[in-house]
Each structure stands twice: as structure tokens, then as C-alpha cells.
Design a protein around this ligand. Structure first.
Ligand code: SF4
Length: 456
């Protein structure tokens, strides 16, 4: 089966799964309430804040190479190492090589979608290295043998009862549906790993050019332990994560927290300038930053798509998307789901296999409305849709049908005529609905124009 047919069958199953829809609706309703309150309390002018963030990111993109080199020079000056990875394989190979040289047996990781993008866990495990996910959501999906469901909340689709059953089975934990107790079970399970792991791997929310530092934001403190306990810390970050100045964090940290989780500020915010220095008591002996391209330059060089590199991976567009809420994150079968995924995944993973994602959108624009860096997501999805249509070799029947449709829609009288024909054929439309979950809607008795005439 192709990616497309797999996608359609997964979507059909999820769309009719009432339990799944209830879980997601509940999680997103809680999120929406928090975001609405925080936006109102924290920002006197939300629109101005997002315009400013977009402006800073546009400046960044206009000076991308210079800012990355500025970061590199500053970071190396403090004893860090920087590796430029053009592809996912180059990034993973660099990590594997470091692990091999140091005879690594175990790595501990904090949540990082970039490492998901390069399939790092699979590659490390294949090389015989144990990988411990330290973020609670990531640990849950790792134990379940699944991929993250959502770029910010990887286990959004799991109820407390399901997590409890998983912990009982995999960690021999006692049954409980208390969120606090479940968290403590994970904590006990992970504590030892921080001090016994040979390498700690994290992502970065921001790469700060003028400071030569990385910034990481998280809610559990696991990221901080991951980066500071093991002797080696590796950061893997996309090249678009760079921001020009340390002071830009005063806008981006609250913006990300508000859009990502509805918090005013995330609980743990770490700014790391390099490995441990001689006069410091703790921290890693070595620190490496891998700057990952993996298709980003391709987007950079496509003028319409460059703006998508402003993304700060807050996940707000996923929560706003009616399609994501209906079919769920796993249906997309790509690292980045929802509207942002529908824009970038066909470019990262290949348009021929993933062009169908351009159609996983109602084009309602809710994603563009919530994006804190003003990315015009729904128009970019439309751009992908146009590219997909151009690429597909359409059969002659479809081409003729679309031509007729266009011809009909361009004239009111032709549309009325078509409607007349369709009314005649309406008794036979049930054939289309046979064996399908969707009911074929009936044609309205009167058109909008007829009703308008009658009522005015
Ligand atoms: S596209 Fe915008 S809303 Fe979506 S994840 Fe990126 S920053 Fe957030």
C-alpha cells in the first residue's frame, strides 16, 4: 500500500473513533482555556507581539548564514564543538561516531523533535546503545512502542488509565490513576539513568548568535538533568532555531510558552554557553552542537516557503486544526503533524509520497490565525496542493470533469442548470454512500439566491 492509501485508512479509523475524539477534545479544550487566559493577562497587544516576533525571525532569515557563523565562533571560543550536518544521516553518524569513540552503552535524551526527524533512537539502538527518554510524554510513547502523537505533547492521546496499564506492564508499577503518582513512578525509573548515562542528548528551542549559547525550555527539569549529569552533552537543532540576540528571548520565551501550553513562562528555562569550565563544579566535560539542515535550505530557497522557517514549534496550529483533531497525530505518519507538518513534510520527506498531506486541511485558516510568528500556513498548504496537482498525472476523465466543473461554476445560469440535473439524479445518489460512513447530503430545496429573493 502507498503512504496515501495508508493515510486514508488510518484517517477513516480515527475519524470514527469516538473515544479518541473525546480524549483529544478534552485535552485541547483545557489547552484553549489556558491559552486564552494567558494571552489576555500576559500580552497587552498579542497581534503586535507576534508581528514583532515575525520581524525578528525575518531579519534572522535574511542573515541566516552570518548569524549561524557568529554562534559557531562564540560557542567554539568557550570550548564547545559545532558540527554542520547537511542530512539526517550525517547528524546521526556524528552522534554514532562520538558514541563509538567513547564506548557508550547508554544515552539519556530529553524531548526533541529534531532527533525524531533523524530517527536517532532507532539508529542508536541498532548500534547496541540503550536510549532512555527522560521527558514523561516521550517515555510513555517509547514504552508503548509508538512515535510522538503531537510535537509538544507526545502522549496527548493516552488517558491516565492507559498510562497506568503501560507502567504496570513495562515498569512493574502498582496501579494508579493519579497524575502525581504516575509522574513519581517515571521519576523513580529515570533518576538512575541521568548519572549512569554516558551521553545526554537534547534539542534546543533557540540558538543565540550573539551569546554563542543555546536555550532550552521545558516543564519537568528532565532536560536540565539530561544536559548536566552525563560527561558529554550533544545538542541537535535545526538551523532555523537561531535568533540574533540574547535579549530576543524576552519575547520568544513567553510567546512560546503561551502558544505551546498556555503558560506565562515554562517552568525550566536553561541557557547553556558551553561545557563545564575549570572553575565550575558541574556540567558536561564536552558539549557538541549539531546544526541540522536536512531540507531546510531547500525551503529557504523556495521564496514562498521561506517564512515557514520562522516556526518555533509551539504546536498551536495542531491544536487549532479541525483535521488534526479528527484524525489524530499518528495518522500523518511523519515527525511534524498538523498544519505545520502538511507544509513542511512533503518538502522534507518527498512530495511524491507525502503530497496527500496538502489535502489534510479544510483551509479554514485557523492555523494561520493562532501562529505566534504569523506564518501564513493555510496558503502554504494551498501552494503544496497546487504542486501536488501539477505533479499527478491525472486521468482524462478527471481532467474533463474538472474542466466541466470550472466551466459550470463560472456562470450562475449554468450552475442553476446543473442543479436542475442534479435534482433529477438525486434519488440515485445513495449509491455513492453505500458502505461509507458518510451520508450523501441532500440538495437543499432552494438555493441561497432563491431564499434571498424570497426574504428581501
Ligand atoms: S507553524 Fe506557527 S503555530 Fe505551528 S508550530 Fe510553528 S510556530 Fe507554532
Amino acid at each position: 500500500m502507498s503512504e496515501f492509501t495508508d493515510f486514508v485508512s488510518r484517517a477513516a479509523v480515527k475519524a470514527s473513533d469516538e473515544v479518541h475524539r473525546r480524549k483529544i477534545a478534552k485535552a485541547i479544550a483545557t489547552y484553549n482555556t489556558a491559552v486564552t487566559n494567558t494571552k489576555a493577562n500576559q500580552f497587552s497587544d498579542w497581534q503586535k507581539a507576534r508581528s514583532l516576533a515575525a520581524e525578528i525571525k525575518n531579519y534572522t532569515l535574511a542573515h541566516l548564514a552570518d548569524l549561524l557563523e557568529q554562534f559557531e565562533a562564540n560557542f567554539i571560543a568557550r570550548g564547545g564543538k559545532v558540527f554542520w550536518a547537511a542530512t539526517a544521516d550525517e547528524a546521526a553518524d556524528y552522534v554514532l561516531q562520538l558514541a563509538k569513540e567513547r564506548r557508550v552503552k547508554k544515552v539519556v535524551k530529553s524531548k526533541s523533535m529534531t532527533t525524531e526527524e533523524i530517527d536517532l533512537n532507532e539508529k542508536l539502538e541498532h548500534a547496541g546503545i540503550a536510549v532512555r527518554e527522560s521527558d514523561l510524554g516521550e517515555l510513555i510513547v517509547q514504552l508503548a512502542g509508538e512515535k510522538p502523537y503531537h510535537i509538544v505533547t507526545p502522549a496527548m492521546h493516552k488517558s491516565k488509565a492507559e498510562i497506568s496499564a503501560l507502567f504496570q506492564e513495562k515498569l512493574e508499577a502498582p496501579p494508579t490513576e493519579s497524575a502525581e503518582e504516575l509522574t513519581m513512578i517515571a521519576r523513580r525509573h529515570l533518576r538512575e539513568d541521568y548519572v549512569t548515562a554516558d551521553i545526554g542528548i537534547t534539542g534546543a528551542n533557540f540558538i543565540i548568535a550573539d551569546a554563542g549559547a543555546i536555550a532550552m525550555t521545558e516543564n519537568e527539569g528532565n532536560g536540565r538533568l539530561t544536559m548536566s549529569c552525563p560527561p558529554v552533552h550533544i545538542v541537535i537543532a535545526g538551523i532555523e532555531k537561531v535568533i540574533p540576540r540574547l535579549t530576543d528571548l524576552s519575547l520568544f520565551l513567553p510567546l512560546l510558552a503561551t502558544s505551546g501550553t498556555g503558560q506565562e513562562i515554562t517552568c525550566y528555562n536553561s541557557i547553556v554557553f558551553g561545557p563545564r569550565r575549570d572553575n565550575e563544579d558541574d556540567g558536561p566535560e564536552e558539549m557538541h552542537v549539531i546544526l541540522l539542515d536536512n531540507g531546510r535550505s531547500l525551503l529557504y530557497n523556495r521564496p514562498h516557503f521561506r517564512e515557514v522557517l520562522r516556526c518555533i514549534r509551539c504546536g498551536a496550529c495542531l491544536n487549532a486544526c479541525p483535521v488534526f483533531r479528527t484524525i489524530g497525530g499518528h495518522t500523518y505518519n511523519v515527525t511534524y503533524q498538523g498544519p505545520i507538518g502538511a507544509v513542511i513534510s512533503p518538502h522534507y520527506n518527498g512530495l511524491p509520497q507525502y503530497q496527500h498531506l496538502a489535502f489534510a486541511s479544510s483551509l479554514c485558516g485557523a492555523c494561520s490565525d493562532v501562529c505566534p510568528v504569523h506564518i501564513d500556513l493555510h496558503h502554504l498548504i494551498l501552494e503544496n496542493r497546487v504542486a501536488a496537482i501539477r505533479q499527478v498525472k491525472q486521468n482524462s476523465f478527471w481532467r474533463v470533469a474538472m474542466k466541466m466543473y470550472g466551466w459550470t461554476m463560472r456562470s450562475r445560469s449554468r450552475l442553476n442548470l446543473m442543479r436542475g440535473f442534479m435534482k433529477l439524479g438525486q434519488p440515485f445518489l445513495f449509491v455513492l454512500g453505500k458502505n461509507r460512513r458518510k451520508r450523501v447530503p441532500e440538495l437543499a430545496a432552494k438555493t441561497f439566491a432563491e431564499l434571498w429573493k424570497e426574504n428581501h
